[in-house]
Structure formats: structure tokens, C-alpha cells
Design a binder for this molecule. Structure first.
Ligand SMILES: Nc1ncnc2c1ncn2[C@@H]1O[C@H](COP(=O)(O)OP(=O)(O)OP(=O)(O)O)[C@@H](O)[C@H]1O
Ligand SMILES: [Mg+2]
Length: 238
């Protein structure tokens, strides 16, 4: 229990010919923690997630996952099988000829048989409300449908921790509500990146912010307001 599930220490990263996007960033996610991460467009949130998944290599600093230093690709490959990572852009997540193949891909990599993986995939598709989409072609789906398939790929892995980059982009209110219920029903540590404060309030316990290439611990605690007024059942904004 003493180890963090995810630990980044003093990570610096610059894209070629650019100033540093991450600049001495330190971050921990411990067992049972549910963290929401927000910050302006271009702050480096997705870059940080790509580094922690081993998709980008930091210029300086260290990544440790499940208490193991990520010293090479093999270490990352093993750790990735235990992390449910949702890309911000679903096209980065989906690359198979059918939806079923995409959702079964993770479980197959984890060592399940074809039948077991297909069963897991069907269950996950049903959970996100896409039963019947098994033979559809991922790149021809709508943006919201792609996001839901990508979420199914994450759930099908039965991961030990969730790392979700903008999980609600493109989702209708109904699909978003379904996702909130799914996440509330999962007792899993998580890091959720989102620009949607209500979603973060519903699915995480504590907020942190990214600024100047670092994590600024938020004093903010996400919370929702309940309010009552005339015509409150008509969709509206405050
Ligand atoms: N492959 C790349 N090459 C050069 N610059 C990049 C590349 N990818 C991202 N960037 C830049 O790095 C910075 C951080 O991008 P990143 O995607 O991490 O931001 P973000 O915090 O996730 O933003 P958003 O809230 O819009 O998703 C941005 O200025 C972006 O333009
Ligand atoms: Mg991003």
C-alpha cells in the first residue's frame, strides 16, 4: 500500500523545437485515489498522460508504475496491461477492422482466449450501451460512438486503475449520464482529465490543476449544487 500506483518524478519534456511543455512535474496517484485533472488547453495534460503510459519518453525525470521503475519498453508493456487508458482522440485508440476486434484486443493481450476476450468485449459494449455494434467498422462511427467504443476497450480490460483523457467529449447527455453511473459503480483508483467540472465532481474526489508545466495541488474539492426553480425540468444552463 505504501507505493503509489502512478508516480512521476521531476519530469521535463519538450516537443522538438518548442519550449518545455512539462517542466519538473511531479505527480502521484495512490491506491483508492480518485483525482480529477484540469488546466487550460495546451497546458500539457495529454502529454503527461502519454509520458506515464510510455508513449513519449521524458527528457528528464522518472516514471514508476505499480512501484516498478519504468526503465525500458518491456516494463511499460507489462504495466500497460493493468491500466485502463482512454486517449483524448478516439482515432488513436481504435485501429481494428471491427468494433469487436478493437474491444477484444486488450483482453487478448492480457492472455485471455479468443472466446473469453470476445465475451468480455460483448459485455463491455453492452455496459456502454452499444450492444449490436460488434461488427461495425470503427472508423465509420460517429464521434460519440467512437468514444463509447474506446471506453468499452478500457472497461473490457478490467483494469486496476483508470487514466481517462477527456472521456465525455462528444457524448450526448444520456451517454454522459451512463458513463457517470459506470464510473461511480467502479471502485477503482483513477486520474480523469476533463474540462467538465460537473463530470469531475461526480466521478472524482479531489481536483488538481496543471499550470506552467507542473501540477499545482488544488485546494478545490469538486461538488455539485442542487437547486430547485420553476421550469427546472427544461434543459437550461446557469
Ligand atoms: N506532437 C507534437 N508536436 C509539437 N507540439 C505538440 C505536439 N503535441 C502537442 N503539442 C503541443 O504541446 C502542448 C501541450 O499539448 P497537450 O495536448 O498535452 O495539451 P492539453 O493540456 O492536453 O490540452 P487540451 O486541454 O486542449 O487537450 C500544446 O501547446 C500542443 O500544441
Ligand atoms: Mg489534452
Amino acid at each position: 500500500m505504501s507505493h503509489a500506483i502512478i508516480e512521476l518524478r521531476d519530469v521535463t519534456y519538450a516537443f522538438p523545437d518548442r519550449d518545455a511543455t512539462l517542466n519538473g512535474l511531479t505527480f502521484h496517484l495512490h491506491h483508492g485515489e480518485k483525482l480529477g485533472l484540469f488546466g487550460p488547453n495546451g497546458a500539457g495534460k495529454s502529454t503527461m498522460l502519454h509520458i506515464l503510459m510510455g508513449l513519449l519518453t521524458p527528457d528528464q525525470g522518472e516514471v514508476e508504475l505499480f512501484g516498478v521503475p519504468m526503465s525500458d519498453d518491456k516494463a511499460f508493456e507489462a504495466a500497460r496491461l493493468r491500466i485502463g487508458f482512454l486517449f483524448q482522440h478516439s482515432d488513436d485508440q481504435l485501429f481494428c477492422p471491427t468494433v469487436l476486434d478493437d474491444v477484444a484486443f486488450g483482453p487478448l493481450n492480457q492472455g485471455l482466449t479468443r472466446d473469453q476476450a470476445a465475451e468480455r468485449a460483448r459485455e463491455a459494449l453492452e455496459t456502454v450501451g452499444l450492444a449490436g455494434f460488434e461488427e461495425r467498422i470503427p472508423h465509420r462511427l460517429s464521434g460519440g460512438e467512437k468514444k463509447l467504443v474506446a471506453l468499452a476497450t478500457v472497461l473490457a480490460m478490467k483494469p486496476e486503475v483508470l487514466v481517462l483523457d477527456e472521456p465525455t467529449t462528444g457524448l450526448s447527455p444520456e451517454a454522459k449520464e451512463r458513463l457517470v453511473e459506470i464510473l461511480k459503480g467502479l471502485d477503482l483508483a483513477r486520474l480523469v482529465v476533463s474540462h467538465d467540472p460537473e463530470f469531475l465532481a461526480a466521478t472524482t474526489d479531489r481536483l488538481i490543476a496543471m499550470r506552467d508545466g507542473r501540477i499545482r495541488p488544488g485546494e478545490l474539492k469538486p461538488h455539485t449544487h442542487i437547486h430547485v426553480h420553476e421550469e427546472g425540468d427544461v434543459p437550461h444552463q446557469h
